[in-house]
Design a protein around this ligand. Sequence first.
Ligand SMILES: O=P(O)(O)OC[C@H]1O[C@H](O[C@H]2O[C@H](CO)[C@@H](O)[C@H](O)[C@H]2O)[C@H](O)[C@@H](O)[C@@H]1O
Length: 360
Amino acid sequence: MTNPNVVVSDTQSAIAMALTAAVNGVSNSPPCGYPYNLTLFSKSKFPKSLETKNFAWVDAMRASSPTRNSSSSSSSEDKKAWIMKHPSALGVFEEIMSAAKMKQVVIFLDYDGTLSPIVEDPDQAYMAPQMREAVKNVAKYFPTAIVSGRCRAKVYNFVRLSELYYAGSHGMDIKGPSARKHQKGNQNVLCQPAKDFLPTMAEVYGILLEKTKGIVGANVENNKFCLSVHFRRVEEKSWNDLADRVKSVLKDYPELRLTQGRKVLEIRPTIKWDKGKALEFLLESLGYANSKDVLPIYIGDDRTDEDAFKVLRKRGQGFGILVSKVPKETEATYSLQEPSEVMQFLQRLVAWKRSVQRNH
Ligand SMILES: O=P(O)(O)OC[C@H]1O[C@H](O[C@H]2O[C@H](CO)[C@@H](O)[C@H](O)[C@H]2O)[C@H](O)[C@@H](O)[C@@H]1O
């Protein structure tokens, strides 16, 4: 059994993959009683850079997490133009909140690079106590969800707030809060659209550990419904070797696909489920599927967050806020530079809500 190219090239391949998945006992039936169509991804969803041998993906990987030196490589003109297009959410805070009048604000927060700074060791990506306090306060007033590439248990261990919704494994593992805060909607939420893939993910995790052993600094992280192969501590001259090893494993697993994050390659089931679908699912669970009375705000720093930004654009509702110090192609409306600005934004949200309540 071979994976056509780790990258599904056309509709026919997608159908072939669906058949293979069926043969392998992999179900594509709608999850959680939820009526989304879990069709397989087509070619455009794969990192183009990995389709060819032109190594452009190395540039993309480098740019995904620019160092202090390389981040100054965009010209100040570029930066100015970008910030005009994606103004600071702190600078236009009042404008954002004027859209929130008479609406229920719902907050979606990515974890790494948004609530915690990016660090070398993924196990050390702690959140500052002040940030935890800010998120805790936000959740007192607004339904709040953490949407992360990490597995749910791991991201919960970092955040440790039981009143939040958690969508781990890029939204493939969603659970409502154990502590009930907001009355509307269903909070006994559990959604695991990729459940049937668990044995495969465990198997591939073992194989990847073995295959990547020889590469200094390589680290494979088990995120339950997806796997992360970290490049951050690998010397750049070994990046192609590492990527080739990952791809060679995936050749035997057509039901899995590769995506690229910040110095990380991620392996996930080939179902059409991402952070955008998780956002839609959560809004529906909260009782706001077709409501005009809701203002979702999604804050994230990664390529995987773009799926959620796109959903907000398509709904014409709410705002995406990209956390980045450097200009990046994004569907987000606004920007924030780093986690400390995210914290300030969350604190201002709370102050705004308190002043609205005082004036009523
Ligand atoms: O969706 P997120 O919450 O942003 O998770 C995406 C990945 O984040 C983590 O990796 C990233 O952060 C690490 C710690 O700062 C950093 O070392 C790594 O280079 C980044 O890619 C996490 O370890 C991955 O499992 C997540 O998928």
